[in-house]
Write a protein that binds this ligand. Sequence first.
Ligand code: UTP
Length: 289
Amino acid sequence: MTQKVRKAVLPVAGLGTRFLPATKAIPKEMLTIVDKPAIQHVVDEARAAGIEHFVFVTGRNKGAIEDHFDIQFELDRTLRDRSKIKELDLLAADLPAAGQTSFTRQQAPLGLGHAVWCARDIIGDEPFALLLPDMLHYGKQPCLKGMIADFDSHGGNIVAAYAVPESDTSQYGIVGVKAAGAHQAITEMVEKPKAGTAPSNLAISGRYILRPEIFSILETQERGAGGEIQLTDAMIKLAKQQPFYAYHFDGEVFDTGMKIGFLLANLALGLDHAELGAPLRAALMDRLK
Ligand code: UTP
């Protein structure tokens, strides 16, 4: 029987240079998408998929993330004194239960592969989910939920992918697949292929289910593109020993680590928001007249 995916790694130690100066003093994961920090949207996705333990790989200046997932005693007391029950319920709904979070530190931002490796002791010898918090997945079904259902049926390692324009493939990790369809065997993975050499237009979207053997590969993984320890390089090695499948996410993916992706995510989620959707639409129509 396949082992259950119980734990998720959320690497949040990156510098967020593409979003400076906004990210000089505030972690990019704490920038708000409509009415919640970006990281909360991703934790909600993981909870909806049944994840029981959240492992945050943090770095310098990321204390606000840890505070966000803790009780703010003074705030709670003030809200209680003022009978702000709705607000108290809102805060409680966002909070993982006691003991469900772990924080480990990546002392230097040596790359995503290195950040994942920093979580090895907390994950131990079991398959785990990896969610990049700056990639917001927006669709009918939470992306990770579909991936876990796939994993429960087929096992292996799973990488979520989505179609990007052919002209943009050199900006992403790209997977080559055996055939079309929702659950496809991956034949090739390449990090930022040179223009015209990509095996497909399916980009890795920042959601993974990986087996724990990835950690021993990361242990000795040398620096790759950009002088960073690349997760894709380690996955290419693991794919020689274990099957990898692509999960085609049926929804929209926003790179909220980029200014334009962040704005588009706010628009998409804002227009669908129960209270804000109608006034936002009206204001936009007015502005675009
Ligand atoms: P990015 O490639 O978006 O890097 O990382 P970044 O440093 O956050 O942002 P830019 O490129 O400078 O604007 C993808 C994810 O991996 C994490 C980031 O926090 C982000 O969630 N990461 C990246 C780490 O945790 N450690 C690293 O060394 C690099």
